[in-house]
Design a binder for this molecule. Structure first.
Ligand code: NAI
Length: 342
């Protein structure tokens, strides 16, 4: 039998992988087409750029901070590509990246279902208090006192941001028999065919029983939920935020919860999350008084940016991130570029 030549392709670009968690290592090792990766547990900050040796790609996540000084330092290190392993890119100074000649790619959609379904899980938990019932029953407390919820059927749900996630979420809520009001910068008349009503923000604030945020964090969406907008909302409204923390003004939300104007709050993202989330701080004294105050409310549910966290999403994130890096290395067209340096 003739000898068979086995060709193994080694990619020349090396990757500095910041904010590594155990699951990142697992999924990025499983799908690695042959890259050398420097897995770093620390997040990317000005003082951690020095950990880059000869890597020309940095792979980063939601709480890595790619400010102008960090990007300048990356340029000095010879970095050519910032590969975001997430959809949102509000943590990257795109102007700085463009002027540094560093390309930025992202994973625009890995599983809109993962995030939309998590938002629904938050609604169901806050409403039907399954988290409290679970603990009660385990302690032999079979009382139903204070576990009363409400039928979602027939309620009005407002969706702000009708991109990939917002649309999946709106579809699920239609399935519950809710009246769905949708808002987006670019409304699509086809949405009305789905039974969703295109509405202004004001209309959503005034009439929704549940409001779910699925728009990106931009200059115009920062603190979209604030003292003023909360005062327009239906008393006792349920607010769900799986978008980005700064979409809501935490101080105003705390006040809204104290007066009862906000009846429930479910957040998977938090404005100051970079100091807290993705870490085990159970033996630490947490210095963030706002999150401690939020945690003290019985009608608040906080998860630590886990809405994306499904097997399907992690696989897709790893696969698309590698695809982005390979395309860049091969000089191909970067379809997932956020800003092209060329
Ligand atoms: P997308 O880009 O498909 O959709 C965003 C939509 O928001 C677009 O239709 C856009 O027109 C709309 N929009 C932008 N500005 C708006 C404004 N001022 N008012 C109303 N609508 C506005 O994004 P996708 O994939 O649906 O994700 C949405 C957001 O969810 C991301 O930007 C990210 O911040 C967040 N996210 C959170 C995750 C988590 O694990 N918690 C995971 C993935 C994304």
């Amino acid at each position: 039998m003739a000898p068979v030549a086995i060709l193994v392709y080694f990619y020349s670009m090396k990757i500095a992988f910041y904010s590594t968690q155990s699951y990142d290592k697992e999924y990025f090792s499983r799908y690695n087409p042959g890259y050398e990766i420097n897995f770093l547990e620390t997040s990317l900050r000005e003082k951690t750029v020095k950990l880059i040796t000869d890597e020309t790609v940095v792979c980063v996540f939601v709480n890595d901070r790619l400010s102008a000084p960090v990007i300048l330092a990356l340029k000095e290190k010879g970095v050519k590509l910032i590969a975001l392993r997430c959809a949102g890119y509000n943590n990257v100074d795109l102007a700085a990246a463009t002027s540094a000649g560093i390309s930025v790619v992202r994973v625009p959609a890995y599983s809109p279902h993962a995030v939309a379904e998590h938002a629904v899980a938050m609604i169901m938990t806050l409403n039907r208090k399954t988290h409290k019932a679970y603990n009660r029953v385990r302690e032999g407390n079979f009382s139903l006192d204070r576990l009363i919820g409400f039928d979602l059927f027939g309620k009005t749900v407002g969706v702000i941001g009708m991109g990939k996630i917002g649309q999946v979420f709106a579809g699920i809520m239609s399935g519950f028999g809710c009246k769905v009001l949708v808002n987006d910068l670019f409304p699509n008349p086809d949405w009305e065919k789905q039974g969703w009503k295109i509405a202004s923000l004001e209309e959503i604030f005034i009439s929704a029983d549940v409001i779910s945020l699925h728009c990106p964090l931009t200059e115009s969406t920062k603190h979209l939920v604030n003292k003023e907008t909360i005062s327009h909302m239906k008393p006792g409204v349920m607010l769900i935020n799986t978008g980005r923390g700064a979409l809501i003004d935490t101080g105003a939300v705390i006040e809204g919860l104290k007066t009862g104007q906000l009846g429930y709050l479910g957040i998977d993202v938090y404005e100051q999350e970079e100091h807290l989330f993705f870490r085990d701080l159970s033996e630490n004294i947490i210095q963030d008084d706002q999150i401690m105050r939020l945690m003290s409310f019985p009608n608040v549910l906080i998860t630590s940016h886990q809405a994306f966290f499904t097997d399907e999403a992690l696989s897709e994130i790893a696969r698309v991130t590698y695809e982005n890096i390979q395309t860049f290395e091969n000089g191909g067209m970067l379809s997932n570029a956020v800003s092209l340096s060329v």
